[in-house]
Design a protein around this ligand. Sequence first.
Ligand code: GDP
Ligand code: FE
Ligand code: FE
Length: 197
Amino acid sequence: MTELFFKETYSPLSSSELIAKEKANMDEKRFKHCVQVSQTARKLARLNNYDEEKAALAGFIHDYAKQVPVEEYRKVIQEQDFDKDLLNWNRAIWHGIVGTYFIKRDLKITDPEILQAVWRHTTADIEMTTLDKIVFVADFIEPGRDFPDVEKAREVSYKNLDEGVGYELAHTLEFLIENRNKVYPLTLSAYNVWSVK
Ligand code: GDP
Ligand code: FE
Ligand code: FE
């Protein structure tokens, strides 16, 4: 595994503590994905004149809570200040929005920009910061992704981050509709902003 190191700028935990907690909260495949999203986020940050350290950390932790048990999620949504409509959704939607709760609790990260990028990483949003876009797009094009259009997605995203966001939302929406999946309203609103020509 390539060397991983996170400066103690955004968490009181040391880099090795942070990495150990992340590793303990998911299987090996998901961990590898997070490392690769981190590396891709770093590359996108460099290309878009954004703080590479911050992007690398946000990318690393974006799926921290992906494998938290469903019952734990339901309890947190009920007990904490989350929109109760979230109870009608599932972990695909929860692990970004509600994942921020577990990240604050376990990884002690409080930076609002990092938490917002995690919050938005699955659905996107009508307004997105550069960091939001970097994490959203890095998740989609990291080297482990192998869907048929991934090379095109990489080409578009490395050329223009905003177009990468639009490409990804259109692709996700196509996939959701093809499978007759429920579309989270925010995903649709984001599509209308970023994908429509
Ligand atoms: P991952 O966590 O690295 O697998 O990637 P994401 O966080 O981007 O996506 C997680 C899952 O959520 C994927 O299977 C997406 O297809 C799905 N997803 C994204 N947007 C929506 C939506 O609006 N509705 C539903 N039901 N699923 C969605
Ligand atoms: Fe995710
Ligand atoms: Fe991911």
